[in-house]
Design a protein around this ligand. Structure first.
Ligand SMILES: NC(=O)c1ccc[n+]([C@@H]2O[C@H](COP(=O)([O-])OP(=O)(O)OC[C@H]3O[C@@H](n4cnc5c(N)ncnc54)[C@H](OP(=O)(O)O)[C@@H]3O)[C@@H](O)[C@H]2O)c1
Length: 246
């Protein structure tokens, strides 16, 4: 029996899971992307793009496509999509797995300051200096737009839309990044503070080592809570979960 699996994607883990399922005939997989990135890295197999229309829309999709299981492999900060998946699958009784990579943890020499929201990060910036390396993505940029006393180096995959900070240089790039490259950025731009979120994973962690080595403090946004559903932290764990479906 072939089972329909929906992967909510937009992460390396989601791509690797779809790749691993490509030669498993017992699963028919569709990966779903929000459509935010202009030229996304695509997984193996079928891909659909765009929002579902909230939890109602997702529930309708699950019914229409007879989805037997959902793996929410979205980014740890994609909390709206995750909440929608919890509601829709809960209503229909469809098994849901949250695939979440572990968060980062500080080591000796790190100078990290945890904040619950980007608004808190924006409020705390003045304590650390004027020149800010912002790696929280385009979407939260409006939060920093009014901070005229600061200069920002923003790194994002696609160009940001207004409102944006008045004093800002944009660096269009996507990971993986190297410690050497990240250190060069910190030095070249005389960065006083790095602002990031606890995305976890290897693709973008080099900036944290670079900050440690250059003595740059880090304002780091804590993750939203993971819902109380089945959760795995690796692609191998997700494959096991799928194999054990009743
Ligand atoms: N947030 C980050 O820092 C971050 C970083 C890297 C990658 N991403 C990826 O970028 C995408 C959007 O993230 P976000 O933080 O903007 O999400 P979000 O705030 O949790 O979701 C906002 C809305 O976008 C749609 N959406 C999100 N992920 C989707 C998916 N995989 N497939 C179809 N629709 C999706 C849903 O629309 P409807 O309500 O209409 O269904 C959702 O309600 C996700 O795929 C995520 O994995 C996010």
């Amino acid at each position: 029996m072939t089972r329909q699996v929906l992967i909510l994607g937009g992460t390396g883990e989601a791509r690797r899971l779809a790749d691993a399922l490509a030669d498993r005939p017992e699963f028919e997989v569709v990966s779903s992307l929000a459509g935010r990135v202009r030229d996304p890295a695509l997984p193996s197999g079928a891909v659909r793009v765009g929002g579902f229309g909230g939890s109602e829309g997702l529930a309708a999709y699950l019914l229409e496509h007879r989805v037997a299981a959902v793996v929410d492999a979205t980014h740890p900060f994609a909390a709206v999509m995750t909440a929608s998946a919890v509601t829709a699958t809960g209503r229909l009784g469809v098994p849901l797995l949250v695939l979440r990579r572990p968060g980062w943890t500080p080591v000796d020499g790190d100078d990290w300051h945890w904040v619950p929201t980007l608004e808190d990060a924006a409020r705390e910036l003045s304590r650390f200096g004027e020149r800010v390396f912002l790696t929280t993505g385009r979407t939260g940029l409006a939060t920093f737009a009014g901070l005229d006393r600061h200069w920002f180096l923003l790194r994002s995959i696609d160009p940001p839309a207004p409102p944006v900070p008045r004093r800002m240089t944009v660096l269009l790039d996507r990971g993986p990044f190297t410690v050497r490259g990240e250190r060069a950025l910190l030095v070249e731009h005389r960065i006083d503070v790095l602002v990031t979120k606890d995305s976890g994973g290897e693709m973008t962690s080099a900036k944290l080592q670079a900050a440690r080595e250059e003595g740059v403090p880090v304002l780091i946004q804590a993750r939203p809570a993971t819902p109380p559903v089945d959760t795995e932290s690796t692609v191998a764990g997700a494959l096991r979960w799928l194999s054990n479906l009743p």
